[in-house]
Design a protein around this ligand. Structure first.
Ligand code: NAI
Ligand code: MG
Length: 316
């Protein structure tokens, strides 16, 4: 069966690392069909839309999406909205998967992607002297993210750590914790435990090899997953997936568009290639996915995007 893959390089080094990742996928000789699509700040400047309808339509018609990075301006630009946030919302990609593998560390952080402190409910009061963000946690979103984490734990080392701060955030984290333990009851094969988020941060630094699957809410997951990526080789080796209930899932390196090195041919392509490996796993090419990931992690980046990519392809 042929799978349709949409590739969206985006801005900056996305234009360099995504073609590299596509070259690796092509070298496998699998029945994959690639379709290029546009998104990002460059697309916005050209067409007035960072995530054109044509791109959404191509994605909707695909089995999976490989996304590079987009460069967002620091200040608000009228009409510009981050395309990756747009894709997550449009396809309801509620789970952010962040595998971290390095020197005995082998964990998967499963981060809720749609609510929490990133619900976008912010306002000011008292003439701008007070700023308030609402943290929204729902049973439905908590249930589906924990179920996703449990399913992954079953395929891995069967250990699940629920991370929260229910001792302080009694309502929001309290709800997440209650739902998480209730869902985990359906998975008797799993060893389930919990950690407060601050303790989890310390343990991740002191004993990262003790973790298998971590599930947590949006902001905590954002921070902990970057911390874990920092422990495991940094941005050059950090892939991610955005997964929902249906198709397509969107895979992207954790790093951004790296404007400081864009256009020089020196970007590390391995995070993008590892993201492509996650994509393969998602469409059930598990053996090639594992092979690409193993070889990519074992191949050093020698400072040339092309040379690193060729070295990986040679070993495949
Ligand atoms: P960044 O990840 O683009 O770069 C941070 C530092 O790491 C830079 O010094 C960069 O040169 C280096 N770096 C990143 N990826 C690399 C790679 N593959 N190989 C070698 N070096 C690499 O983050 P930064 O600088 O904070 O943001 C730059 C732009 O990217 C901003 O416009 C930001 O909004 C956007 N961004 C987009 C993301 C996305 O599309 N999902 C995620 C993070 C940032
Ligand atoms: Mg982040």
């Amino acid at each position: 069966m042929t799978h349709r893959i949409v590739v969206i390089p985006g801005d900056g080094i996305g234009q360099e690392v995504i073609p590299a990742a596509q070259a690796v996928l092509e070298a496998l000789g699998l029945p994959l069909v690639f379709q290029a699509a546009q998104a990002g700040f460059g697309t916005f400047k050209q067409y007035g839309d960072a995530l054109p309808r044509e791109t959404l339509a191509l994605c909707a018609d695909s089995d999976a999406v490989l996304f590079g990075a987009t460069g967002s301006p620091m200040t608000k630009v009228d009409g510009y909205r981050s395309p990756i946030l747009g894709l997550r919302r449009y396809f309801d990609l509620y789970a952010n998967l962040r595998p971290v593998v390095h020197n005995g560390i082998d964990m998967l952080i499963v981060r809720e992607n749609t609510e929490g402190l990133y619900s976008g409910r912010e306002r000011t009061e008292d003439a701008g002297r007070v700023a308030i963000a609402e943290r929204v946690i729902t049973e439905a979103a908590s249930e589906r993210i924990v179920r996703t984490a449990c399913e992954h734990a079953l395929r891995r080392n069967s250990r699940l750590t629920i991370v929260h701060k229910a001792n302080v955030l009694k309502e929001t984290c309290g709800l997440f914790r209650r739902v998480a333990f209730a869902v985990a009851e359906d998975y008797s094969a799993l060893e389930v435990n919990e950690l407060l988020v601050d303790t989890a941060a310390m343990r991740l630094v002191q004993q990262p090899e003790a973790f298998d699957v971590i599930v947590t809410t949006n902001l905590f997951g954002d921070i902990l997953s970057d911390l874990a990526a920092g422990l495991a080789g940094g941005l050059g080796l950090a892939p991610s997936g955005n997964v929902g209930a249906g198709k397509p899932a969107v895979f992207e390196p954790v790093h951004g568009s790296a404007p400081d090195i864009a256009g020089q041919g020196i970007a590390d392509p391995r995070a993008a290639i590892l993201s492509a490996a996650m994509l393969l796993d998602q469409i059930d090419y598990r053996e090639p996915a594992g092979r690409v990931a193993r070889i990519t992690r074992a191949t050093p980046h020698n400072g040339s995007t092309q040379a690193t990519t060729q070295a990986i392809i040679r070993q495949l």
